[in-house]
Write a protein that binds this ligand. Structure first.
Ligand code: ATP
Ligand code: MG
Length: 502
């Protein structure tokens, strides 16, 4: 039964909670938005279904089964058509109906330019209400939260495709499994990749470690990092270091990566003179020698092994000279989506590449902003998958990412934290994210953390968040009237549409 046909009415209100009673045959879903027309006051209120129960209200006929529906107020549209917070309650018996696309013009006006999906209503979508993120909010950071398989990667691809067509900001994304670039086969389906967005080819740039023939076939550039892209401090988060090792690492952090690597690989700690000798300045790197000669050999050997491992593990892209980073920064400045395609490189290599690039991008943006004060900083979004690896609690966080979260906004550098374990991310970091994309989260603690930290409080939507299906999201953007239940486009369908449209 359609609720509009029956013209249900509000039976009880407070500013924080409305309640309607509908026949048990009415088809309503948690998360649905309802419109309450208060003709006495001339306001239209909007509220969201938060709970549906079988309570029979006092005085009702038990033979005539009803559902009691709790609504959470979203706000009201005043006489001038402006949307306001729900600071008053609708009159009892206000008419309850479903809003149509025209009713939601106030919501559409606050939407941005980066299309990601459609507003959800019931089991389907509300035709005509496209959900788009405002691109200018990206430098104030975003979180994408979902249990595995609920649609994080699909969302990221949709977002990147929209960015490729919009070309208003750069995106850097490391792709360790080749899923974003070329796609893959999943049983009988093809999960498509971003290079298949052929109509916006000039909006993407892929740096890859694949063999030359494969790179040529897909039009990918070679990925290279050079020794000077490395900082000794990188060892601090790539490995769990004991205190004596941390001291050694810190004492060398200001030296160019190429010097440190040359010293450990080619000269080695065994070449160090005894600390008792007064002669100094031995070998090609006298300053490093001088710094290190006072340390015990045990920790130095361990550090040496770590440096050797970094060079060895990443040899497919890590070389003495020749870095892709300047070209990557240039691509980002041209508002391209830059994918770092490193299939087969281990997790440590992935983090190494990502943190090195993030540091270089942040520094470049800092310099640019400081040198040309009036210009609006060019915007870049850096995506971090499994973000809990680098932004856990304070002392385990990686400095460069923490720095981006805390001050990246000033320089136009935003992070997009993708994680299935929001509870393992430092809450102070979560509090800095202005956009929340909440998808299905099976763990209650994760849901509570996300709902409590979003800029728009999502706690009244906990039932909805708990029951989100794959591909569905609650999107909370600071500056929009209320969190929007969204069906994220399936990337493959969106791509077909984009490729035809342009
Ligand atoms: N918006 C959507 N509409 C329809 N199907 C979707 C949507 N999003 C994801 N799916 C389907 O769900 C599957 C898993 O999605 P996806 O790979 O994006 O999940 P994930 O959260 O990245 O998982 P993982 O944690 O394993 O990386 C995909 O194969 C896709 O077909
Ligand atoms: Mg994924």
């Amino acid at each position: 039964m359609s609720i509009d046909a029956a013209g249900f009415r509000l039976i009880s209100t407070s500013v924080l909670n409305y309640r309607i009673v509908v026949p048990s045959t009415a088809v309503l879903f948690v998360g649905d938005i309802l419109k309450l027309t208060d003709s006495d006051k001339g306001f239209v209120f909007y509220a969201k279904v938060t709970d549906i129960t079988h309570d029979t209200p006092p005085g009702a006929d038990a033979a005539d089964p009803t559902l009691c529906v709790n609504l959470h107020p979203l706000g009201l549209v005043d006489h001038d058509g402006g949307f306001r917070p729900p600071i008053t309650a609708p009159t009892n018996f206000s008419l309850v109906s479903r809003p149509d696309s025209a009713d939601l013009d106030f919501l559409k006006r606050s939407m941005g330019d980066l299309e990601v999906g459609q507003m959800r209503a019931g089991l389907g979508v509300l035709e005509g209400v496209t959900v788009s993120l405002p691109s200018e909010t990206l430098s104030s950071h975003m979180g994408v939260f979902a249990t595995t398989g609920m649609g994080k990667s699909n969302f990221m691809k949709v977002l990147c495709a929209s960015a490729m067509s919009l070309r208003k900001f750069g995106v850097l994304m490391v792709d360790p499994h080749g899923e974003y670039v070329t796609g893959y086969r999943l049983r009988d389906r093809r999960i498509k990749g971003l290079i298949e967005y052929t109509e916006a080819k000039q909006g993407i740039s892929v740096y890859s470690t694949r063999p030359p023939d494969e790179r040529k076939r897909y039009g990918l550039k070679e990925l290279r990092l050079e020794h000077d892209d490395f900082r000794m401090g990188d060892l601090g988060f790539l490995y769990d270091l004991s205190l004596p090792l941390v001291e050694v690492v810190e004492s060398l952090d200001s030296h160019p990566g190429s010097d440190v690597i040359d010293f450990f690989i080619n000269e080695g700690v065994d070449s160090l003179p005894s600390p008792l000798k007064t002669t100094s300045g031995i070998g090609r790197h006298p300053e490093i020698t001088d710094t290190l000669r006072t340390y015990a050999l045990g920790p130095l050997h361990m550090i040496q092994r770590r440096v050797e491992t970094i060079v060895e593990e990443n040899r497919v892209f890590f070389h003495r000279y020749g870095s892709s980073i300047p070209a990557i920064i240039e691509d980002l400045a041209q508002n391209k989506v830059v994918l770092i395609d490193i299939p087969g490189v281990g997790e440590r290599g992935e983090l190494f590449a990502l943190s090195t690039m993030t540091r270089a991008i942040l520094n470049a943006h800092k310099q640019h902003t400081l040198s040309e004060e009036e210009t609006i900083p060019q915007q870049v979004m850096i995506a971090i998958e499994e973000a809990q690896r680098v932004l856990a609690n304070a002392n385990q966080s990686t400095q460069v990412f923490r720095e981006c979260v805390m001050e990246g906004r000033k320089f136009g550098v935003g992070l997009c934290l993708v994680t299935q374990q929001p509870k393992n991310i430092d809450p102070r970091i979560l509090a800095q994210l202005n956009t929340y994309i909440v998808m299905g989260l099976s763990d209650q603690q994760d849901r509570n953390i996300v709902a409590g930290n979003a800029k728009q409080n999502l706690t009244s939507m906990s039932n909805e968040i708990q029951t989100l299906a794959r591909g569905d999201a609650v999107i909370s953007i600071q500056g929009t009237p209320f969190p929007v239940s969204t069906r994220i486009h399936l990337f493959e369908d969106y791509l077909d549409r984009l490729n035809v449209a342009s």
